[in-house]
Write a protein that binds this ligand. Structure first.
Ligand code: SAM
Length: 235
């Protein structure tokens, strides 16, 4: 199984890739909302403007052109912020964070190039109220649950596909790929974050097994086990 994160600016990485090199890219770029002073709620205090400007830069149009050039299928978080750079699509994906009446955002939305209709992933993620990874320390503010990435992989990816993740962050998608047996290639240009996701990955490998040959595509959501993970036998 390949699982590698290049400590590199993804622009450089993409430049070196052939057309359609990756069957699927699942991307989570900076949304450019802190640096544009659209901060709301508790996020207002999260970063100073100078800090935000350093890391919260919305990718330029050329970036999205490159992303579509090197990949056959795309899932891109923050779809509502990138409408000018994305084609028409029929299957938006909403991750419902089940935040209730709190001031947390109700969810996140992704562009999805696969044909279909709107999909909703229910998975609570509101401070310490969460359906997974309870008590685990986050590496960054926008960290997504491994379970949500597993839902995406189980729903859309086909066995044998290499998954591209140009903004690795904490490496949640990397863990999901490892768990479900997908090859994974990522980029993370922040040195300390690269180190942190690497340690998280190595710890994860020590405690998890790959589901060998039994990736349960199309598994339906059931009761308290929304991702059907208990139905999967590990090797
Ligand atoms: C929104 S976070 C990704 C969060 C990730 N999905 C997770 O669950 O942890 C974006 C990440 O991309 C990294 N990044 C930003 N610009 C980049 C670039 N040009 N090349 C590589 N990494 C970049 C940032 O350092 C940050 O860690």
């Amino acid at each position: 199984l390949i699982s590698i994160v290049h400590q590199l600016n993804n622009r450089l990485f993409l430049k070196g890739q052939q057309d359609n090199a990756f069957p699927l890219v699942i991307d989570d770029p900076p949304y450019g909302i802190f640096s544009e002073k659209k901060k709301t709620g508790f996020l207002r205090d999260y970063a100073t403007q100078a800090e935000a400007n350093k890391w919260d830069q919305r990718p330029e149009s050329k970036y999205f052109q490159e992303l579509f050039r090197v990949s056959k299928n795309q899932i891109i978080w923050g779809a509502q912020y990138f409408t000018n750079d994305l084609p028409d699509y029929s299957q938006p994906i909403i991750w419902d964070k089940k935040t209730g009446e709190s001031y947390f955002s109700d969810g996140e939305m992704a562009f999805c190039s696969f044909p279909g209709t709107l999909r909703i992933i229910p998975h609570q993620w509101a401070g310490c109220f969460r359906d997974s990874e309870r008590g685990e320390k986050s590496i960054l503010a926008g960290q997504k649950p491994v379970a949500v990435y597993e839902w995406l992989l189980k729903t859309f990816a086909k066995k044998g596909w290499v998954i591209l993740d140009p903004h690795t962050g904490s490496g949640s998608l990397r863990l999901a790929c490892y768990h479900l047996g997908f090859d994974y290639v990522g980029c993370e240009n922040n040195e300390s974050r690269w180190q942190a996701q690497e340690e998280r990955f190595q710890n994860y490998v020590r405690t998890h097994q790959i589901y060998k040959g039994r990736i349960p595509f199309g598994l339906k959501e059931t009761g308290s086990d929304p991702f059907g993970l208990k139905n999967i036998k590990s090797r």
